[in-house]
Design a protein around this ligand. Structure first.
Ligand code: COA
Length: 251
């Protein structure tokens, strides 16, 4: 079974993270599959919307830290993550997310580019960029202050506080908080409603609401350049090593 599971329900494409044993951490291969899933809908008249889902108690723990470590120790970064982010920023069809449990790093910042976000009552988001010696990505340094105001954005992106589902809703990142048993049905129902509306009207409406994306792409690129420098910094390398050696007692 693929770590990104893609299926269809009517006119809705369902993209499900499927790597629960690693808390759905996203590898380069998974980013490439995600990017392809989103961009391919632009020219597919049979698909009207994409719904992102995860596993019980795990939406995703964000970028695979092993991949970050590989870059920190001289490996190639690749373009897969940028391809995915560009796809969700510029894609022409509605994006909906249903999050249960943890949504960390890009698992949180990708929500800022979704059109509707539903959370279970046990969902939470966090972006530990500064704890990892990194900086915000996915244009979150621009989009988060717009969604929730600069103070709350700073609390999320710089203080790296966990936001409960209720707090994320109060911040404007989440539309509704629902019982965990209802999450997927509620998110799917909204996705189907969007997917079944007149395609061109939906595309134009979405474009009007989302506005010009060039500023967002520019910020993502600016962040990306700094992020790449940070990945090879001592601060980041030390944080990755600490994560990998956590729980391992010295003998
Ligand atoms: N990258 C790589 N592996 C990850 C991962 C990530 N982002 N998140 C979790 N995993 C792996 C763990 O290494 C562990 O693997 P193992 O069983 O082989 O040791 C497994 O997934 C389970 O994770 P664990 O930490 O035991 O689960 P937890 O419930 O105690 O904690 C998290 C969950 C998400 C809070 C914690 O795993 C975490 O902080 N992950 C890193 C998140 C992160 O920093 N993402 C990048 C943001 S830019």
């Amino acid at each position: 079974m693929s770590e990104i599971e893609i299926s269809r329900e009517g006119r809705v494409q369902v993209v499900r993270f499927n790597r629960a044993e690693k808390k759905n951490a996203i590898t380069r291969t998974m980013y490439a599959q995600l990017a392809n899933a989103i961009t391919s809908t632009d020219s597919n008249d049979d698909i009207g919307a994409t719904l992102f889902l995860g596993q019980p108690e795990v939406f995703t723990s964000g970028n695979d830290l092993m991949d970050f470590m590989a870059v920190a120790t001289g490996g190639e970064k690749g373009t897969e993550v940028i391809d995915f982010l560009r796809a969700i920023i510029t894609g022409t069809k509605p994006l909906i997310a249903g999050i249960d449990g943890l949504a960390v790093g890009v698992g949180c910042t990708m929500l800022m580019h979704c059109d509707l976000v539903y959370a279970s009552n046990r969902a939470w988001v966090q972006t530990p960029f500064t704890d990892l010696g990194l900086v915000p990505e996915a244009a979150s340094s621009l989009v988060a202050p717009r969604i929730m105001g600069p103070q709350r954005a700073f609390e999320l992106l710089a203080l790296s506080e966990k936001f409960s589902a209720e707090k994320a809703q109060a911040a404007g990142l989440v539309n509704s908080v629902v019982d965990v048993d209802e999450l997927e049905a509620v998110a799917m129902s909204a996705a189907q409603k969007l997917a079944d509306k007149p395609t061109e009207s939906m595309r134009l409406t979405r474009e009007l609401i989302r506005g010009d994306r060039s500023e967002i792409i520019a910020q993502m690129e600016k962040e990306g350049a700094i992020f790449a420098e940070r990945l090879v910094s001592d601060e980041a390398r030390n944080a990755f090593v600490a994560f990998m050696s956590r729980g391992k007692k010295a003998s």
